[in-house]
Design a protein around this ligand. Structure first.
Ligand SMILES: [Fe+2]
Length: 294
């Protein structure tokens, strides 16, 4: 199966706290605001015009998880497969600026996705502001209603590949064409548990923890090192209740064709944290719902 998805795209979230949400992401992680509309604020930490978009809504939730397709033909092919699967197409274009071709759809598993051609890369890579800033939006962690169904959808319809999984497919990590260990991580449930940023260094993770302290808050979990992906992580909770991960050193899969997924035992292995400290209840309780209509 050829890859249809090139890499992580954008994430579009609804919030009742538009300005606070954007300010918090700027203050804590270091993204900068690149654009404002009447009801939306766009943020990015790199050349892309946006990686995270907050839109004013009457409740917090995720309106779309954006996945950048290989090209416009890959968007078309993905749409054919999504329609053949009988999923509900919500829009046949992006609601965000600058995207040439896109469609957005709901899934019976929970997540709402937008498959799209690239977000324009017209911003300066450098900007005035906080010392720490991430390289990019790295991955999302979704909780879904039907893990086997979701697995088959991502692999068979979208051409994503499994990098790691647990023995009974309680947790699965999926990669896109760009070779990073995972663009989507999935477990059972019904919300977006977290979105994650690729940080430059461990210093940046300490900076994020210090930024939280200045605001009278603390990390949700970490530091630790994930077994699946080998990345060093920390998490905090954003103003909408979603967890935000910052990660250093996510593994790359060097040979996409030959790589065989590793299989972890969820009960006995340290797949979640090789350093051993388990996730606290507050971490597990984080997340925002999927909103199929905006
Ligand atoms: Fe993650």
């Amino acid at each position: 199966m050829a890859h249809l998805i090139r890499q992580m795209g954008h994430i579009l979230m609804a919030t009742t706290e538009l300005q606070d949400s954007a300010t918090d992401l700027s203050d804590i992680v270091g993204l900068r605001v690149t654009r404002r509309d009447a009801d939306a604020i766009y943020l990015s930490s790199n050349e892309r015009q946006y990686e995270v978009v907050y839109r004013r809504g009457d409740k917090p939730g995720v309106l779309a998880i954006g996945l950048e397709a290989m090209d416009a033909a890959a968007v078309d092919e993905a749409q054919r497969r999504v329609q053949a699967a009988g999923f509900r197409i919500l829009d046949d274009r992006s609601s965000l600026p600058g995207i040439a071709r896109a469609f957005r759809f709901a899934t019976p598993f929970g997540p709402v996705f937008e498959i799209h051609t690239p977000v324009p890369r017209t911003m300066s890579a450098r900007y005035i502001g906080t010392a720490n800033r991430p390289r990019r939006l790295e991955h999302v962690n979704v909780r879904v209603a039907d893990m086997p169904g979701f697995r088959d959808f991502l692999t068979d319809a979208l051409g994503m590949k499994i990098s790691d999984r647990t023995g009974n497919d309680e947790l699965i990590w999926f990669r896109a064409w760009d070779g990073f260990h995972h663009t989507i991580a999935a477990g059972r449930g019904g919300n977006l548990h977290h979105y994650a940023f690729d940080a430059h260094s461990l210093e940046d993770l300490s900076g994020i923890a210090d930024n939280l302290t200045v605001k009278g808050r603390t990390l949700l979990w970490g530091l630790g090192r994930h077994g699946a992906g080998d990345n060093i992580f920390s998490y905090y909770r954003d103003p909408n209740g979603c967890a935000v991960e910052t990660s250093v050193g996510l593994a790359r899969i060097e040979n996409d064709e030959l790589y065989e997924p590793r299989v972890w035992d969820l009960q006995t292995s340290l797949v979640r944290n090789l350093w051993g400290v388990p996730s606290p209840a507050e971490f597990n309780a984080a997340g925002i719902p999927y909103l199929a209509d905006d």
